[in-house]
Write a protein that binds this ligand. Structure first.
Ligand code: NAD
Length: 365
């Protein structure tokens, strides 16, 4: 991979390598675009096959964060840190404090958070060395219930678009994965534990779920026996209103697209389209797709509020705006006759462009 060519093609601003010989910390921070504000994105630890793979991941993930933040209406850019190593071996207080020092050296151009194989405790070590970290213990907390609330809102917007009525009542759902986000989503679909207590409760008529983790299957069966378990391969072809992928990426692919009998797809899973073409195939099949990075932005919106002094109610209200944002994206998709996944990209690119333009005149502040 020619890195400068890649950066030019996809608009990346900065790629920073760092290494600490005391702790063995080695990784990169990639800043994609800071037109809207500081780049925010979590720190991921992974035992990559090689350096090339780690950097490609940082390039892709940081760009994804730019689009997610732009669509979520946040004044943030996109960034990501990937650490190269075995998470079972490398982690220590010194390792994360060393990371914090590198984050601080970027002087606020990049803000980190937890991600795959890092947690709030690790971030508390990072915070000993830098001001530019969110997702700390005692602040915004576990993002999953809030992310799931955003999915619930996105499902309502999607129902509105498909049926002209956003009510959950009388609708049927197939949820793939009942880990964190899927578990909370099912609660909300059953009218339980809404994070916004002023919201009128509604109950779905039928919910199916699938899982591969026995503990999660048992938990669902114990807590909500009315939610029907189906085998993992059977989830795609159920005749339901909404299929909600809340487990893995790339589950919308050549094999599954022909199987779907749902009216729409709306769930938490990241990178759920195997390829951009699958978003277009869903459109051809008349299945409405809620773009992943728009509907699952609740976690990002939640940690963003830490930068402004965290207030749970305000964060939850902000997450509810995912409804309006999806409606705007559905409108673009209809007006331009393009897939909703392409419409989301246009929405993000347009917001970045317009905000850059309004900042072109000098104002003394
Ligand atoms: P999780 O690991 O808590 O839950 C995923 C569940 O899916 C697990 O219980 C797992 O056993 C199950 N699963 C895995 N493969 C499966 C299969 N083939 N069939 C059925 N079930 C399967 O993860 P999560 O935090 O709920 O995240 C789910 C997705 O949402 C991920 O793609 C994640 O990146 C994305 N996401 C999560 C958040 C968040 O706040 N947690 C925010 C944005 C996006």
């Amino acid at each position: 991979m020619e890195k400068f060519e890649y950066m030019e093609k996809y608009g990346h601003e900065q790629l920073v390598y760092f290494f600490d010989k005391i702790t063995g910390l080695r990784g990169v921070t990639c800043i994609h675009d800071t037109s809207l504000g500081p780049a925010l994105g979590g720190t991921r630890i992974w035992n990559y096959e090689n350096e090339e793979e780690a950097i490609l991941d940082a390039f892709r993930l940081s760009r994804g964060m730019t689009y997610k933040a732009a669509c979520a209406g946040l004044n943030l850019g996109g960034g990501k840190t990937v650490l190269y190593g075995d998470p079972k071996v490398v982690k220590s207080e010194a390792y994360f404090r060393s990371l914090g020092r590198f984050v601080q050296s970027l002087n606020g151009r990049y803000i980190t958070a937890e991600d795959v194989n890092t947690n709030t405790k690790d971030m508390s070590y990072v915070a000993m060395e830098t001001d530019y970290v969110v997702g700390l213990p005692g602040k915004s907390g576990n993002p999953s219930p809030v992310t799931a609330w955003g999915i619930f809102m996105g499902i309502k917007a999607t129902l509105k678009e498909v049926f002209g009525d956003d009510s959950i009542k009388d609708r049927s759902f197939a949820v793939q994965g009942a880990g964190q986000t899927g578990y909370y989503l099912i609660k909300y679909l059953l009218g339980e534990d809404y994070p916004d207590k002023n919201y009128k409760t509604e109950k779905a008529s039928k919910i199916y779920f699938t899982e591969i983790n026995d503990d999660h299957i048992r938990r669902m069966k114990n807590e909500h026996p009315q939610v029907e378990f189906v085998k993992p391969d059977d989830i795609y072809s159920l005749e339901v209103d909404i299929f909600s992928p809340c487990a893995l990426g790339a589950v919308i692919n050549d094999v599954t697209v022909p199987q779907f009998k749902c009216k729409a797809i709306a769930g938490s899973a990241n990178n759920v389209l195997k390829d951009a073409v699958h978003g277009r195939q869903l459109k051809e099949r008349g299945i409405l797709y809620a773009p992943d990075y728009v509907i699952n932005a609740g976690g990002l919106i939640n940690v963003y509020h830490e930068l402004q002094g965290y207030n749970r109610d305000m964060a939850v209200k902000d997450v509810e705006l995912i409804y309006d944002r999806l409606m705007e994206i559905y409108k673009i998709s209809k007006n331009k006759n393009i897939a909703t996944s392409d419409a989301a990209d246009r929405f993000a690119e347009n917001r970045i462009k317009i905000i850059k333009e309004i900042e072109s005149n000098y104002i003394r502040r």
